[in-house]
Design a protein around this ligand. Sequence first.
Ligand SMILES: *Cc1c(COP(=O)(O)O)cnc(C)c1O
Length: 370
Amino acid sequence: MPEPILLTPGPLTTTRVTKEAMLVDWGSWDGAFNALTASVCRDLADIAQAGNTHVCVPLQGSGTFAVEAALGTLIPKTGKVLVPNNGAYCQRIVRILGYLGRKALVLDFAEDEPADPECIDAALLADSSITHVAQVHCETGTGILNPLAEIATVVQAHGRRMIVDAMSVFGVIPVDLQTMPIDAVIAASGKCLEGVPGMGFVIAERETLAAAQGNCHSLAMDLHDQWAYMQKTGQWRFTPPTHVVAALRAAIDQYKEEGGQAARLERYAENCATLVGGLRSLGLRTFLDDMVQAPIIVTFHAPPDAAYDFAEFYRRVRDRGFILYPGKLTTVDTFRVGCIGAIGAAEMRRAVDAIGAALQEMGIRQPGAS
Ligand SMILES: *Cc1c(COP(=O)(O)O)cnc(C)c1O
């Protein structure tokens, strides 16, 4: 049986070319590998329009490692962070800040409601001790897109700093560091750039990073130290994920060949439209309004039917070649389907067919009735 297609928000389905880029063992001290790292970092910085103001610092580990490193390095120990919260990844930031001993103020929104710049404005006005805003760009817990440019403008107007977890949309929904007043953007290899998982990166304002020496509680997580060492030696401080970097190099080359951000957004938008249209025609309902849905991952209400069971549904869809994702909401029963990865509308149509067949086999006739 062929490998299943991953309809998950990372790890995701990668191309054969990307996988084949991992068939070489690189020496971490070798000049050729240093050049590879430098070229990847340059391209990642370019994708965010980093210009000369921001620099890209890679970090070993999953995306959360990079989020923790950015927060721990860029926020002084005396800082206080406002976290607009509309989902699981926002809550993860709050947990990280707790571990780091940084003060946090949580501004709650409903999970189907984007973070509201006006509420953020009011929160900053009310508390002058807030130094930073930590904003998730697309909240992968539901798939909702937060209005980044508007929030960044508000944060700047109050003279505060902004750190963005753009993990799930980096390379697809534009971030322009020359026009958006943002201190740092965080993402990872194994999401929309369609690399394999294992490396995060932070594109940080050069002066902010330069001033961040001594902030971090942890050697391994110290982005300033990683950056300073890499500038001096061209090397990673500790064992780099060599195969991951090589795969990301290949994945970025394919990203450029495809047409970069605009082309990837177009493909994912078509994937998303095919998925949502197809599952709605089966009677399933989306959790979010189309207006606030990012074309990354879609949350669907579980069929309100006694015969529905996610584990069984998952297994039946998997048997047909597709890996789904469980829901992440505490109050509503949902499941999620990713539309990112090296897949197109044809795969999404087959996924819709697989989901329809699985529901039918389970005896679920009215998946959207309530
Ligand atoms: C994937 C993701 C992360 C990182 O998750 P890991 O499992 O650590 O890779 C962080 N934030 C968002 C919004 C994500 O989608």
